[in-house]
Design a protein around this ligand. Sequence first.
Ligand code: UDP
Length: 244
Amino acid sequence: MGTETMLYEGKAKQIFSTDKPDEVRVYFKDDATAFNGEKKGTIQSKGVLNNSISAFFFELLQSEGIPSHFIKKIDDRNMLVKKLSIVPIEVVVRNIVAGSLSKRLGWEEGRRLSRPVVELYYKDDALGDPLINRSHAAAMDIATPSQLDALEETGLKVNAVLQKFLADKKLLLVDFKLEFGVPVQAQSAAPGGQVLLGDEISPDTCRFWDSTTNEKLDKDRFRRDLGNVVEAYQEIWSRLGGGR
Ligand code: UDP
């Protein structure tokens, strides 16, 4: 890993070059932020758990015919992935009302939605990642109509696979956020090329509740100072069969 350079540092991850131009290494940090970076902290071992949990989910999705940037887990904190040019849209899929949806519509947290809701957010820290619709995305030229179709369709497919899988582990998938990008090799083909699922799928980016007690087992424990943050991430990993 000696000649690698850091290409990007985000809130919870660092991205490094590799000896292949179309592959990068993702390093998972223990740093946690919330409320657009206003709240900062460290969750001991979070990086190790999120790397394992994300690798697990990407493999599960792959086995269900949903490809992603994931190539392999390298070690405790590192994952090898295809290099993507990220589409600046966060796709949120919801099954149960929580967080910003509860605030926006005045709906009680925990209310079951009659059908999954898909939302798009424009990735822009300075603006606080505002909610946008397809028409905004088209006017901003940040995604083509067929890319937007793929984002929404993949979001719903991921939801169906994860929701079913997690139900067997006595977990409710309340909501989650996905990110997508165009593989760098395809860049020359067209900026509007086929998108691939990227980023991570972990308790940082999903809300998981215990289906018997509704106990929160995700980053809300950090956001809302509920305590036992690492324990919640560990519980998710152990329900997925981690360590066995
Ligand atoms: N989410 C995320 N990154 C963000 C915003 C949201 O991973 O920058 C996830 C969040 O963990 C939750 C879902 O997307 O699983 C919906 O989040 P919401 O819009 O309710 O926002 P929040 O309550 O986190 O502000």
